[in-house]
Design a protein around this ligand. Structure first.
Ligand SMILES: Cc1cc2nc3c(=O)[nH]c(=O)nc-3n(C[C@H](O)[C@H](O)[C@H](O)COP(=O)(O)OP(=O)(O)OC[C@H]3O[C@@H](n4cnc5c(N)ncnc54)[C@H](O)[C@@H]3O)c2cc1C
Ligand SMILES: NC(=O)c1ccc[n+]([C@@H]2O[C@H](COP(=O)([O-])OP(=O)(O)OC[C@H]3O[C@@H](n4cnc5c(N)ncnc54)[C@H](OP(=O)(O)O)[C@@H]3O)[C@@H](O)[C@H]2O)c1
Length: 282
């Protein structure tokens, strides 16, 4: 493949070739879940090191010839030889209206500069970790749930995922199933460690076994009763939050009410937050 950077002058020779994308990676698989959700895997740059839970900028070449990039959580764990992403399809979204049509063999742009707050380093040691997510906010946790460190650091690992409809839970449900049944993951994480994993999916607009916003289920105590765990407590509980801005604000308030404090890479505390997307007008 011809290497070509963004700054490289386009000579007559290169202009006649199929333009190679800067920081190009090749799509290896694509799976569609609903008309609004899909996941895909791409080759991983050999030099890319990241911490499970971080995000990178990915995208496609725009019609104006400039890269059109958006933040994406890496959904695969740091030990995986490929990179996985879990994506929304926004009908008129500048990137995802096109990205949703990628096929194996196509190229995407991937800037190899991972960053983010949803990392183990940003939390103080604890006994129980909660991952609170809605929609594509599940993505960073798909990475952390496949990272052995998550299970080494905690006695209990609780992932909550709330979506409007049942079909929107499929990516997360399949992932949890693969963690529990995949031989490689069992070997890597260990059967005893996998027993620590608790999955708590809920829906808000379509009937399912557990309904309701997670904020409501925290407030009325159902989450803790269902899981057989004590209410939130800053001594033992740690949390990571990833969803819409409104979701993040509401969960954060409940955690703070319980005495947990927001941490950062530079100052680890009891919980961390990251937006799953930047909403309209924000
Ligand atoms: C730190 C960070 C990590 C992110 N990680 C992911 C990820 O792993 N997967 C992913 O699909 N997106 C993720 N996003 C959102 C992503 O950057 C883009 O916004 C998304 O791909 C849509 O791009 P677009 O150009 O098609 O539309 P945009 O112009 O970016 O968005 C248009 C509108 O669509 C809505 N929207 C955008 N993204 C989402 C979403 N994920 N879920 C629900 N509504 C959305 C918002 O209302 C937004 O205003 C992340 C954003 C941030 C800030
Ligand atoms: N077919 C479509 O065109 C379609 C379908 C769905 C969404 N959308 C649009 O896409 C955008 C994102 O939709 P989304 O479903 O991914 O995300 P979302 O609207 O944030 O909802 C995801 C889940 O989070 C819950 N939730 C939202 N705010 C919360 C809060 N403050 N506290 C606790 N839980 C909260 C929702 O419950 P509630 O159901 O109670 O809000 C829902 O179960 C929205 O702007 C929406 O308008 C379009």
């Amino acid at each position: 493949m011809t290497e070509m950077t963004e700054q490289a002058p386009v000579t007559q020779a290169t202009a006649t070739k199929v333009a190679a994308l800067p920081d190009a990676q090749t799509v290896t698989s694509v799976q569609h879940y609903t008309d609004r959700l899909f996941a895909f895997r791409v080759t991983r740059p050999q030099s890319l090191r990241f911490r499970s839970g971080e995000f990178v900028m990915i995208g496609l070449m725009g019609d104006n010839g400039k890269p059109l990039l958006r933040a994406y959580s890496i959904a695969s764990p740091s030990w995986d030889e490929e990179l996985e992403f879990y994506s929304i399809k926004v009908p008129d979204g500048p990137l995802t209206s096109k990205l949703q049509h990628i096929q194996p063999g196509d190229e995407i742009i991937l800037r190899p500069k991972p960053v983010g707050t949803l990392v183990h380093d940003a939390l103080l040691p604890g006994k129980r970790i909660y991952f609170f997510s809605t929609g594509t906010g599940f993505a960073p946790f798909a990475s952390l749930l496949r990272d052995p460190q998550t299970y080494e650091d905690y006695d209990e690992v609780i992932i909550t995922h709330t979506c409007r409809e049942v079909a929107e839970l499929t990516y997360g449900r399949d992932l949890i199933e693969s963690i529990r049944n995949d031989e490689l993951l069992q070997e890597l994480i260990g059967e005893e460690n996998l027993a620590k994993l608790r999955y708590y999916p809920t829906t808000t607009r379509e009937e399912s076994p557990k309904m309701g916003r997670i904020t409501t289920l925290i407030e009325n105590g159902e989450l803790f009763a269902d899981l057989g765990v004590p209410p939130l407590n800053p001594e033992h509980d740690r949390a990571m939050i990833c969803g819409s801005l409104a979701f993040n604000i509401d969960v954060k308030a409940l955690l703070e009410q319980a005495g947990l404090r927001e941490g950062a890479n530079s100052e680890p505390k009891e919980f961390v937050v990251e937006k799953a997307f930047v909403g309209d007008g924000i």
